[in-house]
Design a binder for this molecule. Structure first.
Ligand code: NAD
Length: 280
């Protein structure tokens, strides 16, 4: 079997088209997304460039606030509080990684929950246990969207999520649980990963280790969503899933780059429009 590639670029473009319509429906009301970064980080700069381009396409104004290296946690929190007070600012995103000494949880908690377009404030994270919140975590929402786009009936499907971080693995597991799939979460403490991955109808890998999952660990025909972003030996970006061996076995596979990443950016913009009052 050769897997069908789940084209995140195409899905993101379709989403942006819908989002543009939702933006237009808000009329002349300003919709502003503010990105806050401390110091300069090449990885974050790539994300910001992608976000700027996508926001422009949808009609969302994006403001980039670069705070100098040396900004401490209290100063960053203060800067966020100022953004919380600005009525035209619909959403605030804090770029990671943050410098040592700044706790990302403190920073995320400082963002007003209704402006937390990354969906990582404890209030939004907690709300996910009840149902999908208005502002779900973007990467989890993207993984969900990619899986649903295959047309699979999630009810009863064996779903394995590898990775249990707060921002990726756990919210993905909970979102897929809402669809009544049978979810197993694997992590650094899992004894024999292959025993779990091999029975997955849906396999989501979010670890940050290039090539952790090989084709021989995948059930034939499975939907495989590769969230990982790693720098390969030759400098190219690769996922956590070994592409060449897995594409021979899986039914659907997200490429890296061009899979989860672009859809995650589209979800950030969707959350921004929702935060501004759009129904989308
Ligand atoms: P993290 O370091 O916070 O968490 C890693 C997780 O992997 C942990 O839950 C850990 O238990 C698990 N793990 C580590 N080694 C393992 C092993 N050998 N077997 C099974 N599980 C193991 O990372 P994160 O922030 O969740 O990010 C994971 C990956 O997703 C990274 O590559 C990151 O760059 C990427 N990411 C992508 C997007 C996107 O939009 N595409 C967004 C966020 C993160």
């Amino acid at each position: 079997m050769t897997a069908q590639l789940l084209d995140g670029k195409q899905l993101a473009q379709d989403l942006r088209r819908q989002l543009r319509v939702a933006r237009q429906a808000l009329g002349s009301r300003p919709v502003r997304l503010v990105s806050v970064e401390v110091g300069q980080n090449p990885a974050a700069d790539v994300y910001v460039r992608n976000q700027l381009r996508a926001a422009g396409e949808v009609g969302i104004e994006m403001e980039v606030s670069n705070l100098p290296l040396g900004t401490d946690e209290a100063q960053l929190v203060r800067a966020i509080e100022v953004l919380n007070e600005r009525p035209e600012v619909a959403g605030v995103i804090v770029q990671r990684p943050l410098p040592p000494g700044i706790d990302p949880r403190v920073v995320q908690s400082a963002i007003a929950p209704h402006k937390d377009v990354e969906g990582m404030h404890p209030a939004n994270m907690g709300a996910i246990l009840y149902r999908e919140p208005l502002l779900p975590p973007c990467t989890a929402a993207a993984a969900q969207h990619l899986i649903v786009s295959t047309g699979i009936d999630l009810r009863g499907a064996e779903t394995v999520v590898v990775g249990h971080s707060e921002i990726v693995g756990k919210p993905i597991a909970v979102l897929l649980l809402h669809h009544l799939s049978t979810v197993t979460v694997c992590h650094v403490g899992t004894r024999r990963l292959i025993d779990h991955t091999r029975r997955a109808d849906i396999l989501v890998v979010a670890v940050g280790k290039a090539g952790l999952v090989h084709g021989d660990m995948v059930k034939p025909g499975a939907i495989v969503v590769d969230v990982g972003i790693n720098q390969g030996a030759d400098g190219r970006i690769v996922g956590d899933v070994h592409f060449a061996s897995t594409v021979e076995v899986a039914g659907f596979l997200t490429p890296v780059p061009g899979g989860v990443g672009p859809v995650t950016v589209a979800m950030l913009l969707r959350n921004t429009l929702r935060a501004a009052g759009a129904t989308v």
